[in-house]
Design a protein around this ligand. Structure first.
Ligand SMILES: Nc1ncnc2c1ncn2[C@@H]1O[C@H](COP(=O)(O)OP(=O)(O)O)[C@@H](O)[C@H]1O
Ligand SMILES: [Mg+2]
Length: 306
């Protein structure tokens, strides 16, 4: 595994600026999630790292080496695609062994067998190794697709919404399993998703991406508690943060347009119908904790930029 660094990378498709001046470092052994809606530039970012797209500007380094001009095969990355495609006529074992059988890798057959079995065990598909890929449920096929990447030990695993086609229950299970496997293997992963729960539960750091720009990167807690603007604030949290016009609050700081208050920061007052909060909203303030006699009033730091 190795550190991967993207420096000021931009990529346009005709008039669409898919990725704009994006810089990001995934540390060796780190699990970073890129979180953003459809069209944000997530897949393009992964494809740029893998060498499936060439950047218009900027550079990509893997393990300290500039790979910007290198072919995909020379970059030592493993890609789990959103639309996974298994070879239907091959067994699960053969599907997983496929990447290891590439002539340039020259992996001995005994080693291939041992590796495939080990990864199949991690993914709980060891009893399916002799099945044809078509004789699997959707969840099992997805595991095989992930397994095909995990049998290798590349510099980095690039995963493009690998759980998005699973039903909610399986997705929840796979989140936990993937996180456990990543920790066990010490794997370096850049994981792309539009699902905030996935990002919050699996990643050590989350990059919030929108319209090709990385808006903020930090630990889940940093991004949740200290979002840099209203857009990032709204991306994380269930229920979503309450973004209210500052004019509703008598005590709003001068110039404030929006007040962000997370649900857990609000208390419903008895009687007078006053809205108060037991803690500040995001952009934590350093003022003292409010008490019943001193209802919550937003301060400058409760204000999130629109
Ligand atoms: N090969 C392509 N040709 C033209 N436009 C593309 C191509 N790939 C991506 N785009 C555009 O770039 C933007 C970012 O796409 P993508 O990286 O796939 O976003 P995401 O994975 O976050 O949904 C979108 O507007 C998309 O339509
Ligand atoms: Mg995508």
């Amino acid at each position: 595994m190795a550190e991967v660094e993207i420096r000021a990378v931009s990529k346009a498709f005709k008039k669409t600026q898919a990725v704009s001046d994006l810089s990001l470092t995934v540390g060796d052994g780190e699990f970073v999630a890129l979180l953003g809606p459809t069209g944000a530039g997530k897949t393009t970012t992964l494809r740029l790292i893998a060498g499936l797209e060439m950047p218009d500007r900027g550079s990509i380094r893997i393990g300290g080496r500039d790979v910007t001009g290198d072919a995909p095969a020379d970059r030592d990355v493993a890609f789990v695609f959103q639309q996974y495609s298994l070879y239907p006529h091959l067994t699960v074992f053969e599907n997983m062994a496929f990447a290891l059988r590439a002539p340039i890798r020259r992996v001995p057959e005994a080693e291939i067998r041992a590796k495939v079995r080990e990864v199949a065990r991690l993914l709980h598909i060891e009893t399916k190794l002799d099945n044809k890929a078509t004789q699997l449920s959707g969840g099992q096929m997805q595991r095989v697709a992930i397994g095909r990447a995990l049998v290798r030990s590349p510099a980095i695993y690039l995963m493009d919404e690998p759980l998005s086609s699973l039903d909610a229950k399986l997705r929840g299970e796979m989140r936990l399993e993937l996180k456990r496997i990543q920790t066990d293997l010490g794997a370096t992963i850049l994981y792309v998703t539009h699902d905030q729960t996935e990002a919050m539960t699996m990643a050590s750091r989350i990059g919030v991406i929108e319209a090709g720009r990385l808006l903020q990167i930090g630990t889940p807690r940093e991004i949740y508690e200290n979002p840099i603007n209203a857009h990032v604030a709204a991306r994380l949290g269930q229920p979503a943060i309450n973004l209210l016009p500052a004019a509703l609050f008598a005590g709003a700081p001068r110039g404030a347009r929006t007040i962000g208050a997370r649900t857990e920061h609000l208390t419903i007052a008895r009687g007078g119908g006053d809205v108060s909060g037991d803690r500040h909203a995001d952009r934590a303030s350093r003022r003292p904790e409010p008490s019943p006699s001193r209802p919550w009033r937003p301060t400058r730091r409760d204000v999130v930029r629109p």
